[in-house]
Design a protein around this ligand. Structure first.
Ligand SMILES: O=C(O)CCC(=O)C(=O)O
Ligand SMILES: [Fe+2]
Length: 154
């Protein structure tokens, strides 16, 4: 479990740096807010339900962190994201990690914190493992100064 947490953190830091570089921000400037950052690992279990069309596994929300890395133990579909007011199912691919952008990484429309939910299956159980990555407790979170523009500025 320790090794899993560590590896997930490493993947996450690599993604943060690539995402910041893509925005034109020096990754080294922001790295410190995730130094000894919070990490929560949640193992969800959604049992099959004969009334799957009448219940919800997890209601609509966005994750209040930087990035969420989600790995599924089996290939049952359940995660959905909201795109132009429509719920779009996310098909799990064995061995791949689903990355959810959280509220802290929302940035000038370039990256959007995604609204999502989980539905349940009529016949099969579903087991996703989610790793949430947030800043450390001393970090000040707010708009990145380098990205703040005047109205009309390109
Ligand atoms: O079960 C899922 O696929 C989604 C889990 C989730 O969104 C969460 O735990 O925040
Ligand atoms: Fe979530």
């Amino acid at each position: 479990m320790d090794e899993y947490s560590l590896q997930m953190h490493e993947v996450c830091m690599t993604l943060f740096k690539l995402m910041w570089a893509n925005l034109g921000v020096d990754p080294e400037k922001l790295c410190s807010i995730y130094q000894d950052g919070t990490q929560g690992i949640r193992m969800n279990y959604y049992p099959p339900c004969q009334q799957a069309d009448k219940v919800i596994g997890q209601t609509s929300h966005s994750d209040a962190i930087g990035l969420t890395l989600l790995v599924q133990v089996n290939d049952v579909q359940g995660l959905q994201i909201k795109k132009t007011n429509t719920w779009v199912p996310i098909k799990p691919i064995p061995g791949e990690i689903i990355i959810n952008i959280g509220d802290i990484m929302e940035s000038n429309g370039e990256y959007r914190s995604i609204e999502h939910r989980a539905v349940v299956d009529f016949h099969k159980e579903r087991l996703p493992i989610t790793a949430f990555h947030g800043t450390n407790f001393t970090a000040k979170v707010g708009p990145v100064a380098d990205l703040v523009k005047e109205i009309g500025e390109q």
